[in-house]
Ligand binder design. Structure first.
Ligand code: ZN
Length: 265
């Protein structure tokens, strides 16, 4: 076996490279041992989890829930649902959560975003965990009192996204122009004024801020179809020290709100 070199790494697929490049810089990313007393969350598929996971890890995927988050009442209901979830998982204000997956997948990113929004301290572990021993044992989780404190500073609502000066739509150019549309969405197109920056751009963080035209201190918003690809962009920008917010409802919510303007072409 020869020692790995930069040249070898460059020959690997881009997805793998992302995590090697970001490993030391991403917000709260860990590459070796997770902090003590943290709940480990495996965001891979149930089948992958069942084949062996890290000791004490639960399987959780929050890439599906699409709550409406427009009014103060919506946000209160969302906070309550996050509190219930934390209670079921035995999570409270003192508890740390470490999420792992095979790379910074939209699944990992959105699940981590939900848990961070609930007020928990989250750590992302997209690479390096694979070297640790695995078990088939599913841990017993002791439920706790429901608790959440919505971190509004991470979240954009539709009405905030509408007024946002620097908003990136991280979907494909075809989704951005309205040429293609998810079958679950009422209308095609984009939030007026948004700029297209497909999420694959975020795979290589070097020179990313220059490419996006983000200057120091500027506040940035991101969205996609349902807040998962934009959660990847969120964590990458966060790792670069950008003040970033994710419009979690994204186009799925926007297209269903008849009063919101839409731009296409
Ligand atoms: Zn949709």
């Amino acid at each position: 076996m020869t020692k790995s070199t930069g040249r070898d790494l460059a020959a690997r697929p881009a997805r793998k490279l992302l995590f090697l490049q970001l490993a030391d810089t991403i917000f709260n990313v860990i590459t070796s041992k997770p902090p003590e007393n943290a709940l480990l969350v495996d965001t891979r598929t149930p089948a992958e989890y069942a084949q062996g996971h890290l000791e004490g890890a639960i399987n959780l995927d929050l890439s599906a829930p699409r709550p409406r988050l427009r009014t103060p009442e919506d946000l209160q209901a969302f906070e309550r649902s996050l509190a219930e979830l934390n209670g079921k998982l035995g999570l409270g204000p003192e508890k740390k959560v470490v999420l792992y997956d095979d790379g910074l997948t939209p699944r990992l990113a959105r699940t981590a975003f939900f848990l961070a929004l609930s007020g928990l301290q989250v750590f992302l572990w997209p690479a390096g965990w694979q070297q640790h021993e695995r078990t088939l044992e599913v841990p017993h989780i002791q439920a706790a009192k429901p608790w959440a404190r919505l971190r509004r500073e991470l979240l954009l609502t539709a009405d905030e996204a509408r007024k946002h000066l620097l908003l990136f739509d991280v979907r494909s150019p075809q989704e951005f122009t309205g040429e293609t549309k998810a079958s679950c969405c009422a209308r095609s197109g984009r939030v007026p004024g948004a700029k297209n920056a497909p999420w694959e751009m975020f795979i290589n963080s070097s020179g990313l801020l220059e490419q996006l035209g983000i200057v120091t201190g500027q506040e940035v918003g991101v969205y996609c179809h349902s807040g998962a690809r934009s959660a990847v962009a969120f964590w990458v920008l966060k790792s670069l020290g950008v003040s970033v917010k994710n419009y979690l409802g994204s186009m799925h919510e926007w297209s269903g709100e008849a009063d919101l303007p839409i731009e296409a072409g």
